[in-house]
Design a protein around this ligand. Sequence first.
Ligand SMILES: C[S@@+](CC[C@H](N)C(=O)[O-])C[C@H]1O[C@@H](n2cnc3c(N)ncnc32)[C@H](O)[C@@H]1O
Length: 198
Amino acid sequence: MFTLPDPDALLDALTQEEFDRNDGKMPYWATLWPSALALAEVVLADPRGLAGRRVLDLGCGLGLVGMAALARGAHVTFLDWEADAVALAVGSAWAAGFGAVEGVVADWRSPPPMRVFDLVLGADVLYEARNGPAVAKFLAGHVAPTGEAWVADPGRLHAERFPEDLAAAGLVSVERRALPPTQEARTLTLWRSARRGA
Ligand SMILES: C[S@@+](CC[C@H](N)C(=O)[O-])C[C@H]1O[C@@H](n2cnc3c(N)ncnc32)[C@H](O)[C@@H]1O
């Protein structure tokens, strides 16, 4: 998988002007976050596998979670608002020999018309107050009627509100499960959600 030798250099290079111009966009995509490692483990360990399933890696960053889904046989769409992230994630998948891959550069608050997915995966996407409601709304529109969303979070302050965000968007929490902690993340939580009545 492709990674960046020095992700912090992107943070250091960000000017206030760029930050203001780009809607407070931070280059968080360039780091592989503990939630992605934890969620990838969950995907790899799931006994059901994902053969032939349509999976979306939402806020994919470097794309580890989607790579895990590819390894389980899924057709994967990588989505991020950072074009470099999507290019790297898709490139990593191709380099690993996976062909059932596509990339979408989009803001999850205003996505282009897209299909629904059997499984939407999101690692560490709830880190700002504005994210939870927007992610929940996106999920409500893009999880298939019998599908699920799995969101992994490292104990971010704003993630505590995620169940309410899901309910407000018309989704139900199926499960809230603690994942094994790591040295970098003492708290890791998996939120599974689905459409109401599914
Ligand atoms: C903390 S990073 C996590 C990246 C990756 N999932 C991981 O865990 O390694 C959050 C990701 O969400 C993306 N992101 C944040 N806000 C977004 C938005 N409104 N639309 C699409 N992507 C967004 C960022 O560019 C970044 O890649």
